[in-house]
Design a protein around this ligand. Structure first.
Ligand SMILES: Cc1cc2nc3c(=O)[nH]c(=O)nc-3n(C[C@H](O)[C@H](O)[C@H](O)COP(=O)(O)OP(=O)(O)OC[C@H]3O[C@@H](n4cnc5c(N)ncnc54)[C@H](O)[C@@H]3O)c2cc1C
Length: 433
């Protein structure tokens, strides 16, 4: 019997919609299924979109996509309970088209992407929480939903982190998420009018500012970072937390985001802004969160469902990998359609494309970055060291001036950082990042 579709894509995030757009553009009869009432309503990103891969399917997309602001400046820093040390990266090329990155709100962008898939000829159906993949032995032959089976020779899993369709199947034999490869993202959105955002962050019209912080002000042992991104007339703030570091400590994510938001440096940026949205989501990040394979007989797995989130403590990038992997899977599905072969051997081309497009090397080469990212000293001793040092350097007290080497030693002592530890951590950073 003929299949219902040439390809089925589960999940209308950036990965799924990019795949569906490319498949439809290539002439495939593609079904894109989304569990949310609309694409984007279930999704959450910080979110800074590095969207250059979208040029492959939607040239000049940023003119039309409902993006918030193009990013012209990034700030990175350390927070302690009452101080902050940071530096800014401000690049003139970021102010010119084609812009490098945009702040986005997924409710808007994902609905737009799903509409683009529909315009290209895909069948997009929302409010459909796919129950399971239709396994025929070792082959996936479409999906099952509401007791009904819909078939296609290839199914693309783009259902995000914590992919329920994969857990406990040959794709992810372990039925549970691995705590050490999972992070918790929390986000709040605050309304503030565009003019005040531009004045407060020294931005021109349409320009955006992004900042990422190592959060050194939480209870000992709790590890995570914070972000603040300017949107058109809102500001997104949030935390990415090491999930395991929260277990058994009696701390609640709600308290942590409050502590972050009430930090004097962050509170000043949010003055007079009104909370309009709150959300939380799991993130499977890095090489350790990859599935048992990226493809098999009749299936490929893309985006967050495959663990393609690059997060090294300074940046978090997942939407770009979602787009790129969605597009690579779509290319392979189109080529497989031509020859009428969707076997694992044929779909192995997806792995080759993940390799040649640089995705696999980005993750494999940084396999050990968690050793640096989740070094507890980065959330205790180093923020303290940085703020102690800069406090001494920047404050005039009338006392006799000290040479920098002595200030460094004093800050080191205050932070409890021995020279051997500093050397070891420095070598570790050099080796693993
Ligand atoms: C707090 C936070 C901040 C982040 N910040 C950034 C950032 O600044 N920049 C960046 O690039 N990345 C960021 N990320 C990561 C980024 O959000 C993800 O990498 C990206 O969303 C992955 O896209 P995706 O399409 O693979 O998955 P998702 O966006 O999760 O989309 C999956 C889709 O599948 C649907 N779905 C799930 N199960 C089913 C089912 N059974 N049936 C039907 N549909 C289903 C979901 O509703 C959803 O629409 C952040 C993540 C978090 C949590």
């Amino acid at each position: 019997m003929a299949d219902d579709f040439d390809a089925i894509v589960v999940g209308a995030g950036f990965a799924g919609s990019s795949a569906a757009i490319r498949l439809a553009q290539g002439g495939a009869n593609v079904l894109l299924l989304e569990r949310g009432a609309e694409a984007g309503v279930k999704n959450l990103s910080g979110g800074i979109l590095w969207g250059h891969d979208l040029d492959r399917i939607l040239p000049g997309w940023w003119h039309e996509m409902p993006v918030e602001r193009h990013i012209v400046r990034k700030r990175f820093g350390f927070l302690t309970s009452d101080s902050a040390v940071s530096f800014d990266f401000d690049d003139a090329t970021w102010r010119r088209e084609p812009y490098v990155a945009h702040s986005v709100l997924r409710v808007r962008t994902d609905a737009w992407m799903a509409k683009k898939a529909e315009d290209a000829g895909a069948t997009v159906v929302t409010s459909v929480p796919v129950e399971r993949l239709n396994w025929e032995g070792t082959r996936v032959h479409g999906i099952v939903q509401g007791g009904e089976t819909m078939t296609a020779p290839v199914t693309i899993l783009a259902d995000g982190a914590n992919s329920r369709l994969a857990l406990g199947t040959p794709i992810r034999p372990n039925p549970r998420l691995r705590g050490e490869a999972t992070e918790l993202g929390i986000k709040e959105v605050y309304r503030l009018d565009a003019r005040r955002i531009e004045e407060r962050f020294q931005l021109g019209p349409g320009e955006g500012h992004a900042e990422e912080w190592v959060a050194g002000q939480f209870a000992p042992g709790v590890m995570g970072g914070g972000f603040l991104y300017t949107n058109a007339d809102t500001i997104s703030v949030g935390l990415i937390l090491n999930l395991q570091s929260l277990f058994g400590r009696g701390v609640y994510s709600q308290e942590l985001i409050e502590q972050f938001r009430l930090h004097p440096t962050i509170a000043a940026r949010l003055r007079d802004a009104e909370l309009v949205e709150y959300g939380a989501k799991l993130i499977s990040s890095g090489w350790a969160s990859r599935p048992s394979a990226f493809h098999g007989d009749g299936w490929m797995v893309v985006g967050d469902a495959a663990g393609f989130v690059f997060s090294n403590g300074i940046v978090i990038q997942g939407m770009n990998y979602a787009i790129r992997t969605g597009l690579e899977a779509a290319e392979v599905a189109l080529a497989s359609k031509k020859v009428g072969d969707h076997s694992a051997t044929r779909l192995a081309e997806y792995d080759r494309r993940l390799e040649s497009s640089g995705v696999l090397s980005d993750f494999r080469d940084f396999e050990k970055m968690d050793r640096v990212k989740w070094n507890p000293r980065f959330y205790t001793a180093y923020p303290r060291f940085a703020t102690e040092l800069f406090h001494a350097l920047m404050t005039e007290t009338g006392a006799r001036k000290q040479p920098i080497r002595r200030l460094l030693r004093t800050a080191q002592k205050a932070a409890g950082l021995g020279s051997t530890t500093l050397l070891k951590d420095g070598v570790g950073m050099f080796r693993d990042l």
